[in-house]
Design a binder for this molecule. Structure first.
Ligand code: B12
Ligand code: SF4
Length: 476
């Protein structure tokens, strides 16, 4: 096969109130994998970092004269697929245009329908992308690729039967292609809050999660697959050497699922004398954290982690399929904080059938815990989740109202609970005020905030939370 030119982009925009961006791991992983299989000249773009318009992004793909154009997106930005593919198709009539990422995993064939892309890949992307390139450029047939969503010569959108097998040995994958992005630009922008701007590298050390939280994505399936401790430490050493950074964040869904891997990883860091800082902005599963885990993580350099409570109500925990042991959650946070880890919490209000009393339980557990900061999100059902299926049975009229376009953190578009909208919004305002306007908590934030000289950058975020709703009927 001749050398091919490939343009991959991650869609989305930063907005003043939601300025966060992380290195685009999805397209960096795909680029790194595909170039081990084909002779490729690759260009990556992250629209969420540059904030460029769709027109500019499409122009970049066309000016690059790409043979392959791949767009990955989360659902709030998935509406970009149609205009972007239209513009790229006009400029590159023969290019292979492929869609993927969380939006395709959620929306399936609907994500491809109103676009001019050739095909769309749900879930893990590497193997499917490879097969699509082979089929498209080597005279194969897209109709034979398991689970592929594609458009036939008559323009019909079809979904192939079967499933693409997950990559069993994650260590067989190369390091993400960081050299194809301008990493220092990310150091000047806000990453996952409340972490400050800093010189860091994001890593993903596992895929899949065996738990069954009803709102959660199915991108990497239910089987937990992981990099070995050796591979993670090799990757850390490599990026330390290339970028001179000592701050690493793991975007894993559940880094701490395997206790022995966690211990071996921390031990290996120690044996190789790696002094680094570690953050888990996407959270650890708190009720399985042991004191031994916390000690090992803290000794290895962990300074920040998120802890997902979601609900303080045992009934809602069961209903949402998370089944978190709430006393152990409180204890896990306390263990971490006592070992010097800055603790951020995630909670959700407005779950189907949730009562005001159950929301109060969540506010109580979060506010009485040792969390430093917390977000009180609204339960939002994404298609292809059990929450969505449940809501489509009990609240079809609410689902019909739901709009995902450009929604970001904390923006409510639907109330699934048993209480009227104004009660839900009042609970959210109360949650933020009770949690954040606690003098002891304010003192602990000031005392423990990672990189105190950057604390002023966190103040707007803090003020936004405690003033929500004061200037009008704002939804959260
Ligand atoms: C980092 C992160 C972010 C970053 C941005 C990430 C980005 N790509 O731009 C920030 C912090 C900004 C963010 C914001 C939000 N996020 Co977020 N985030 C994540 C997180 C924790 C990690 C993403 C990641 O790097 N994964 C690792 C890489 C390797 O996986 P990947 O990107 O999915 O890529 C693989 C496949 O999807 C596919 N693929 C990806 N791109 C492409 C392109 C092509 C062409 C192909 C073929 C395949 C393909 O192949 C890749 C390799 O296998 C995920 C959870 C998770 N575990 O993935 C949630 C997640 C992606 N976020 C989610 C959500 C809901 C949000 C928010 C709405 C906030 C919220 N919780 O309410 C906002 C929305 C922002 C917006 N307006 O778009 C959902 C997405 C659901 C959906 N249908 O879109 C996820 C899945 C978490 C969940 N609870 O279910 N997020
Ligand atoms: S929310 Fe976390 S624990 Fe629950 S299924 Fe998703 S990744 Fe697993």
């Amino acid at each position: 096969m001749k050398k091919l030119r490939m343009f991959l982009a991650n869609l989305g925009h930063r907005r003043p109130l939601y300025p966060m961006v992380t290195p685009p791991m999805g397209i960096m992983c795909l680029a790194a994998y595909l170039r081990t299989k084909f002779d490729l000249d690759i260009k990556l773009a992250n629209q969420r970092e540059t904030n460029c318009t769709n027109e500019e992004l499409a122009r970049q793909a066309v000016d690059f004269e790409a043979d392959i154009v791949g767009f990955g997106s989360l659902t709030p930005s998935g509406h970009g697929f149609a205009p972007l593919t239209g513009m790229v198709r006009a400029g590159l009539p023969n290019a292979l245009i492929l869609l993927g990422g969380p939006h395709v995993t959620s929306f399936g064939a609907r994500a491809l329908a109103d676009t001019t892309a050739n095909a769309a890949v749900a879930e893990e992307g590497e193997l499917a992308f490879e097969q699509v390139i082979r089929a498209y450029f080597d005279g194969g047939d897209l109709g034979h690729i398991p689970a592929l969503i594609w458009r036939n010569v008559d323009g019909e959108v079809l979904t192939n039967p079967g499933t693409m097998p997950p990559i069993e040995n994650l260590d067989s994958l190369p390091f993400p292609a960081y050299e194809l992005i301008d990493l220092p630009k990310y150091w000047r922008l806000q990453s996952m809050p409340p972490l400050p701007r800093r010189r860091y590298v994001s890593l993903v050390s596992s895929r899949g999660c065996p738990y069954h939280c009803s709102w959660c994505h199915r991108i990497f399936g239910k089987k937990f697959r992981m990099h070995s401790p050796e591979r993670i430490v090799d990757e850390i050493e490599y990026f330390q050497r290339i970028y001179g950074v000592d701050d690493f964040e793991f975007l894993d869904d559940i880094f701490n699922l395997d206790h022995s891997r966690l211990m071996a990883f921390c031990d290996l860091l120690h044996r190789r004398n790696r002094r680094i800082k570690i953050a888990f902005p996407n959270g650890v599963r708190t009720d399985i954290l042991t004191q031994e885990d916390v000690n090992a993580l803290a000794d290895a350099g962990t300074y920040f982690a998120s802890f997902a409570l979601e609900s303080g109500s045992p009934r809602i925990q069961k209903l949402m399929g998370k089944n978190l042991n709430i006393p152990r959650f409180v204890q896990g946070v306390e263990m971490a904080v006592k070992r010097g880890i800055f603790a951020n919490g995630f909670a959700m209000l407005g779950f189907p059938t949730e009562t005001e009393e159950e929301m109060r339980q969540t506010i109580d557990v979060a506010s009485n815990s040792m969390l430093h900061t917390a977000s009180f999100f609204t339960a939002t059902p994404y298609p292809n989740t059990t929450l969505y299926d449940h809501v489509s049975k009990i609240h079809p009229q609410q689902l019909a109202k739901l709009t995902y376009k450009d929604t970001d953190f904390c923006q409510i578009s639907v109330n699934l609970s048993d209480v009227p909208d104004e009660v839900l919004f009042a609970c959210q305002r109360r949650a933020n005020r009770r949690f954040f306007l606690n003098p002891k908590r304010i003192y602990r934030i000031l005392r423990d905030y990672p990189q105190p000289h950057l604390l002023p950058l966190y103040i707007p975020n803090y003020l936004a939370r405690v003033t929500k709703g004061l200037l009008g009927p704002g939804k959260t």
